[in-house]
Ligand binder design. Structure first.
Ligand SMILES: [Cu+2]
Length: 528
């Protein structure tokens, strides 16, 4: 009974990484026809479950907003769209609830209808069981008390029945019936205890099965190797279902489903981030694939120490995930071909010729950060200013991270597209429990958005859709210059704590990285 009570009573909340680490909401900023929309999807954390969808619309207000869930491989058609009613008291905000019935790659279609016509946007989202709901302690105590009462009641009733049920009225029970009653009570206790034990075992098995079914990113391992041009980072995906994904016999034997192949996102198969455990150093690398299990990237000169490794990948199904591992970087022994980041806010993006084919888009930054600073001055006199709204930053409260980039003279800096985006931002919490890679379009992967737009009924051959998406070559990548010197990322910090925010933009061919500190305070309860 005590153990059973402990199982019910212990308040534990499992949060396991999905597409991002510890930052479960999906964000999208873009256009639905003529309407600029910002979409925030709060997943239920369980599947099936109800996701909350918030649609913010700036400017002319539409008459009607609907939201609709689509599974990636929906064959029987999607459920009808749900109307997202206007939220009272908040201008331009619409909110709807959506049942997400199946795990894996899903999308939400937001349709806006009004005076400026009808337009829609497709927001890819990964649905997975990421948490295990626990019974709260008062309810656990209440149920345990009732259980004890029922148990005792059953034993007492059995005893009384054996002792007194056959007695004529008014007569007292004799020693023999007292003994029989005691035996019956003992037997009842044994049988009922066995039933409770059976139930406890069954419940544990169910729970274990559920924990097993929760999403865990593919297991990976990072290590440093020495290549001909210096230190090389090696990342291996060591998860058996991935390594064995071509072996259908192995998969069915181990009841694992086959992963779809990886596809490029912003022209890269993997976006890998190294974050020093104390947040003092950061690198954004693009390892090249050796054999779809091993990935290699030239290591820039980074301070020695313990690093967290976050590797973003996108599957052909539109499923995105962040693999997490750790790495101990030794003091660099040999000079490494890449230019080191300099000063507090260095220019990153040195180019190196190397055996593994270093990516020109790699960038990094090391050094301390002034916790009060909202402006970071980078090499070449470029300044990045965080337009922080006055007042504390509150967890769970949507507030875009907005930055203005100015040149030496204080005028707007002419930015260029960096990996197909006007800017990139990475947000990490000091304990590693939150990691997210943001773009002005939000948390979504452009590749998975394209996967939803371009999928066809015949896409049952693995690798086919990925090829078509690669051939379409990301229309955004073609435009080199960015029209504004302000980059903005839709976001809400998921929980209070100390965070580092890195912002990356490209100016005159160089990738600039600025780092800021953010203390996030406890906000209002998340509206669920
Ligand atoms: Cu990015």
């Amino acid at each position: 009974m005590k153990t059973a009570f402990r199982i019910f009573g212990v308040a534990l909340l499992y949060m396991i990484a999905a597409a991002h680490v510890g930052s479960p909401d999906t964000w999208f900023e873009g256009k639905a026809g003529a309407y600029p929309v910002t979409v925030q999807i709060m997943p239920a954390g369980v599947v099936p479950g109800v996701a909350r969808v918030f649609v913010r619309i700036a400017g002319d207000q539409p008459e009607r907003v609907t939201v609709q869930a689509n599974r990636f491989d929906a064959t029987g058609g999607a459920p009808p769209p749900e109307v997202a009613p206007r939220v009272e008291g908040e201008a331009g905000l619409f909110a709807g609830n959506l049942w997400i019935m199946t795990g894996g790659s899903n999308s939400v279609t937001v349709e806006v209808t009004g005076a400026r016509g009808r337009g829609s946007a497709v927001v890819p989202m990964v649905a997975s069981a990421t948490r295990r709901l626990e019974m709260d302690v008062p309810m656990g105590i209440g149920l345990a008390a009732m259980g004890i009462l029922l148990f005792a009641g059953l034993v007492t009733i059995m005893g009384a029945a054996v002792r007194e049920s056959t007695l004529p009225p008014g007569e007292a029970a004799g020693t023999a019936s007292h003994r029989r009653a005691r035996n019956a009570m003992l037997a009842t206790t044994v049988v009922a205890a066995a039933l409770v034990f059976g139930g406890w075992t069954w419940w544990n098995a169910e729970d274990e099965g559920f924990v097993d079914s929760m999403f865990k990113p593919l297991k990976s391992q990072a290590s440093v190797r020495t290549g001909p041009s210096g230190a090389v980072l090696h990342l291996a995906i060591v998860d058996s279902p991935w390594v064995m994904r071509g072996d259908s016999a192995w998969l069915s034997r181990n009841r694992a489903s086959a992963w779809t192949p990886l596809m490029q996102d912003h022209g890269k198969l993997m976006h890998l981030f190294l974050v020093r455990n104390d947040l003092s150093a950061f690198a954004h690398l693009h390892p090249s694939s050796v054999d779809s299990v091993s990935f290699l990237a030239d290591l820039p000169t980074l301070p020695a120490g313990q690093y967290r490794v976050f590797a973003d990948i996108v599957h052909e199904s539109g499923f995105t995930q962040t693999m997490v591992s750790s790495l101990n970087l030794p003091t660099p022994a040999a000079p490494i071909s890449k230019t080191a980041a300099t000063g507090v806010f260095g220019v990153a993006g040195g180019v190196a010729a190397s055996a593994s084919g270093a990516s020109q888009d790699d960038s990094w930054l090391a050094g301390p950060v002034d916790k009060q600073a909202t402006t970071a001055t980078l090499a070449g006199g470029i300044a990045v200013t965080w337009n922080r709204p006055p007042g504390p930053i509150l967890a769970g409260v949507p507030a875009p991270l907005q930055f203005t980039v100015t040149d030496r003279d204080g005028g707007p800096a002419q930015l260029e597209q960096y990996l197909g985006m006007p800017g990139h931002s990475v947000v990490a919490r000091d304990d590693g429990s939150v990691f997210v890679h943001l773009h002005p379009v939000g948390t979504i992967s452009m590749a998975s958005q394209m996967a939803f737009a371009m999928r066809e009924p015949g896409d049952t051959v693995r690798g086919r859709l990925g090829k078509r998406i690669a051939a379409a070559a990301m229309p955004d990548m073609a435009h080199d210059s960015v029209t504004s010197n302000i980059v903005s990322f839709p976001y809400a910090f998921p929980k209070p704590g100390n965070y580092r925010v890195w912002v990356q933009v490209k100016h005159q061919g160089a990738i600039l990285t600025a780092a800021f500190h953010a203390t996030v305070e406890d906000g209002a309860e998340r509206a669920r």
